[in-house]
Design a protein around this ligand. Structure first.
Ligand code: FAD
Length: 487
């Protein structure tokens, strides 16, 4: 522990100095009684106070609560490696946490150690050959640094105040660019990972490829991403958004498919919001441009069920376009105390040939009255780029290179715990997942779904043996990221 951290911790009486094997608890200097194993010296802090542990005991879903025994705010990659080794020797669970924006306990850990990866937040390099960033950097921060050089990550999630490592651990689907550029994990050159053995390994598709493949989309099961080298592409200064509105639920999907398969716009997606007794659909189409040379909407939007002139047009600077959902979330936060609402989100990938039937079924079975203010449904296409990520499970392949992410992003009506609401929605999600699975769909593991170990094995399918081998090799004590309950 650093002298600074030790002094501060000692003053508060809350910094952990060791772990007692006899009581199975982390100990402070002040409370140390009996034998304990002293934690290694750290550049950052190991916190035991109730506030730090409570802050990491919940996630965006507010369905599951698990209080960690200690929280590491790493001051260096070595801190993560030292503490993982310490925990591995004692069989203590370790969870990596970005912003904790998954919704069903994926980043939580009862009694173990939570590593706040945000503590590693340096942007090391940004240039035409790519970005080199710590795992705890937010995508918003990377976008800002890259845009200053006329560059951008090729793919953004809708909300971008998420950590680089946190979205690479799940996949990273993009409403704005997915239909042409795929997922965020398609644009990773190299990762630096702390394995469950506490080794620091650099991996890529040429070096420790098994670790690389098990880590992208791998829910932190084989290692903690501490640094990433990512693709960047030239950024246009502005982005035009065309917004079509559809009075009925599924009419937007045909137009989305037309635009997606034609591949002439950067991205397009559909958003539904409850309106009275039905859902109003909106198709949002993104086209980057340079001011003075606006896009030709009449050409790009030809052949849809509505004329191009029916679209509302908004122009934003690239940074404002990338961060627009962040502003919407901030408004929800102010209006609804959004962070404290229960969010039993449902998220599945479907292939192009089954998505229409599935949606028809879901949209007719779902009552807008069941969705509280703040709730939306989304359909986001993503191109299968051909890059192989066995730990990311897409839907069964079909004849097209596109897959579709369908999300029900719903929430409770009032802040605070609501176990009855959560239980009801978990039942709904289980039923919808069963239907999606029957249609060749797959779970996107950011949402809330009860999953047994057998469900996970079925989820990984033919990738399970290699994933299990990687787990045995890189996390033989099975300490990493117990939240999803895979191993
Ligand atoms: C408002 C909102 C909008 C969203 N929009 C999108 C979207 O458009 N597209 C999309 O794909 N997703 C979206 N998401 C989901 C989001 O991408 C995932 O929940 C993502 O995992 C959250 O990142 P995080 O930094 O909060 O990670 P966390 O929730 O903290 O972690 C997610 C998982 O990754 C693991 N993990 C965290 N850090 C590491 C690490 N360093 N190394 C290894 N494993 C790690 C955790 O243990 C956990 O299992 C959205 C979420 C919210 C709340």
């Amino acid at each position: 522990m650093s002298r600074r951290a030790l002094v501060r911790g000692a003053a508060l009486g809350v910094a952990a100095v060791g772990f007692s094997a006899t009581t199975g608890a982390w100990v402070t200097e002040a409370a140390a009684a009996g034998p304990f194993d002293r934690v290694p010296r750290l550049d950052g802090e190991l916190r035991l106070d109730a506030g730090s542990r409570a802050a990491d005991s919940v996630d965006q879903g507010r369905i599951v609560a698990r209080t960690p025994g200690a929280v590491l705010r790493p001051g260096s990659v070595d801190d993560v490696a030292r503490m993982v080794r310490f925990c591995a020797d004692r069989g203590i669970g370790v969870s990596a946490r970005g912003r904790g924006h998954t919704t069903h306990g994926q980043s939580l850990n009862e009694n173990g150690l939570v590593v706040e990866v945000r503590g590693l937040g340096r942007i090391h390099r940004v240039g035409p050959r790519g970005a080199d960033v710590d795992g705890g950097v937010l995508w918003t921060e990377l976008m800002t640094a890259a845009f200053a050089r006329g560059l951008t990550p090729p793919v953004f999630t809708g909300y971008t105040d998420l950590t680089v490592a946190g979205t690479l651990a799940v996949g990273g689907a993009s409403p704005g660019a997915g239909s042409t550029r795929g997922l965020q994990i398609d644009h990773v050159q190299e990762l630096e990972v702390v394995t469950g053995r506490g080794e620091v390994l650099v991996c890529s598709d040429r070096r420790h490829a098994d670790l690389f493949r098990a880590t992208l989309g791998g829910l932190g099961q084989c290692g903690i991403i501490v640094r990433a080298r990512l693709d960047l592409v030239p950024a246009q200064p502005s982005v035009r958004t065309y917004r079509f509105t559809y009075p009925t639920g599924d009419a937007a999907v045909g137009d989305l498919r037309t635009l997606t398969e034609r591949g002439e716009v950067l991205g397009a997606y559909v958003l539904w919001a409850p309106a009275g007794t039905s859902f109003v659909g909106q198709l949002l189409v993104s086209v980057p441009f340079t001011p003075g040379a606006p896009p030709d909407g009449r050409h790009l939007l030809r052949g849809l069920s509505q004329p191009p002139s029916a679209a509302a047009v908004t122009d934003l600077s690239h940074p404002d376009w990338v961060t627009q959902v962040n502003r919407q979330v901030a408004q929800l936060e102010a209006a609804l105390d959004y962070g404290r609402l229960v969010k039993p989100w449902f998220d599945v990938w479907l292939n192009s040939s089954t998505v229409d039937r599935f949606l028809q079924d879901v949209l007719t079975g779902l009552s807008p009255h069941d969705l509280a203010p703040g709730s939306t449904l989304l359909l986001i296409p993503a191109k299968r780029t051909g890059v192989d990520h066995p730990a990311f499970r897409g839907p069964r392949a079909d004849a097209t290179p596109w897959m579709y992410l369908f999300d029900i992003l719903d929430n409770s009506a009032a802040p605070g715990p609501d176990p009855a609401f959560a239980a009801d929605r978990l039942r709904r999600n289980a039923e919808l997942y069963r239907k999606a699975r029957a249609a060749g769909g797959s779970r996107y593991p950011i949402g809330a779904l009860e999953f047994t170990k057998a469900d996970w094995i079925a989820h990984y399918g033919d990738a399970w043996p290699a994933f299990q081998r990687a787990k045995n090799r890189f996390d033989p004590r099975n300490i990493l990221n117990p939240g999803p309950g895979i191993f």
